[in-house]
Design a protein around this ligand. Structure first.
Ligand code: AKB
Length: 327
């Protein structure tokens, strides 16, 4: 089955940390009018709302998605709607509903309307008990300990099922923690790696909710956007995997991250007060083997920790000086 041309894209969850920047990157590439941003409850930024079409869509209601697909002649859906790991543990039923029913609605629409492609991100949260947590292989035991991880495993399996059973072009990648300076993350375990930069600029101190030796795979937003768009544009015939590509970039502990920030802000102080998110972080890998992504669609990251830190601090300091650190 050859890849079909991407023309009109719907991004659900476009108000979130990744969705907001991905929508803007897709608008740049495919034309602002051809990328519909959809949100559910959170208020979209002026940039998102004014730079192209914006629609309110609750992914759990299939007819709301159908309506937008018909009106805008959508051929590709990027399903970024999800409850993340920490917030998912506080409301497991809602997490299942949004992450799974939202995804299967999208896949069903792709099947019925013969869409060109569906992309649904997965996460390092698919791993847990029994998986090797160093250089975690592409193929290994998937026994997550959270509802979020459970929905991500089920989501990967659903994508692969729709590829095999119906010939739907469904793709997905296992995002590490994503660090970015535009939209704050909401409800994840890796959020500390974003907050630490904001607090370094704002208060020169941060109380971190995981232990100092907590080492997780992370990625800077420009690499996340590159990976997502590269996978969307990859030749389907060259893909052996579909919904579950491991995606590596950098790994660091919370203490190493703090030390890197201290190279720019020597007085920066971090205290470590682990909460319920520590258990989630402990169940996730510290690094992943992304050979399949490198071989099948040419993945290669650009940023390391020191480049990311320099860029994050420069961007946030500028916004702070203009009195709009939080937008
Ligand atoms: C989370 O922390 O829940 C997310 C993720 C790694 O999928 N950022």
């Amino acid at each position: 089955m050859a890849s079909k041309e991407i023309k009109n894209i719907l991004v659900t969850g476009s108000v979130g940390q990744i969705g907001s920047e991905l929508t803007m990157a897709l608008r740049e590439k495919y034309g602002a009018g051809n990328v519909v941003a959809a949100g559910n409850r959170s208020k979209p930024s002026d940039e998102l709302k004014n730079s192209g079409p914006f629609e309110w869509v609750n992914v759990v209601d299939i007819m709301q998605i159908v309506d937008v697909v018909r009106r805008y002649d959508i051929d590709t859906i990027v399903n970024m709607s999800a409850l993340l790991s920490a917030v998912g543990e506080r409301n497991p039923m809602l997490c299942w509903d949004v992450n799974i029913n939202g995804l299967i609605n999208t896949l069903e629409i792709a099947r019925i309307f013969e869409l060109n492609q569906v992309l649904c991100p997965s996460s390092i949260a698919v791993w847990g008990d029994y998986a090797p947590l160093e250089n975690t292989p592409q193929e290994t035991v998937l026994k997550p300990t959270t509802m979020y991880g459970t929905t991500k495993v089920a989501g990967e399996l659903l994508c692969d099922y729709y590829v095999r059973r119906y010939g739907v072009d469904a793709r997905g990648l296992r995002y590490p923690g994503i660090v970015s300076a535009e939209t704050l993350p909401g409800g994840g375990t890796t959020d500390f790696a974003v907050w630490i930069y904001y607090k370094a600029i704002e208060e020169k101190k941060y109380e971190c909710f995981v232990r100092d030796d907590t080492r997780l795979p992370m990625m800077y937003m420009p690499d996340c956007l590159k990976a997502t768009i590269d996978l969307m544009e990859a030749d389907f015939d060259k893909l052996k995997h579909h919904g579950d590509f491991n995606l590596g970039s950098m790994s660091f502990s919370a203490a190493e991250l703090a030390a890197d920030i201290r190279k720019h802000i020597p007085e920066f102080e971090v205290t470590y007060v682990p909460d319920e998110r520590q258990k989630i972080a402990d169940s996730w890998p510290s690094s992943v083997d992304d050979t399949a992504a490198r071989e099948e669609w040419g993945w290669s990251p650009d940023y390391d920790l020191s480049e990311m830190t320099r860029d994050m601090l420069t961007t946030l300091q500028k916004r702070h000086d203009e009195g709009k650190l939080y937008g």
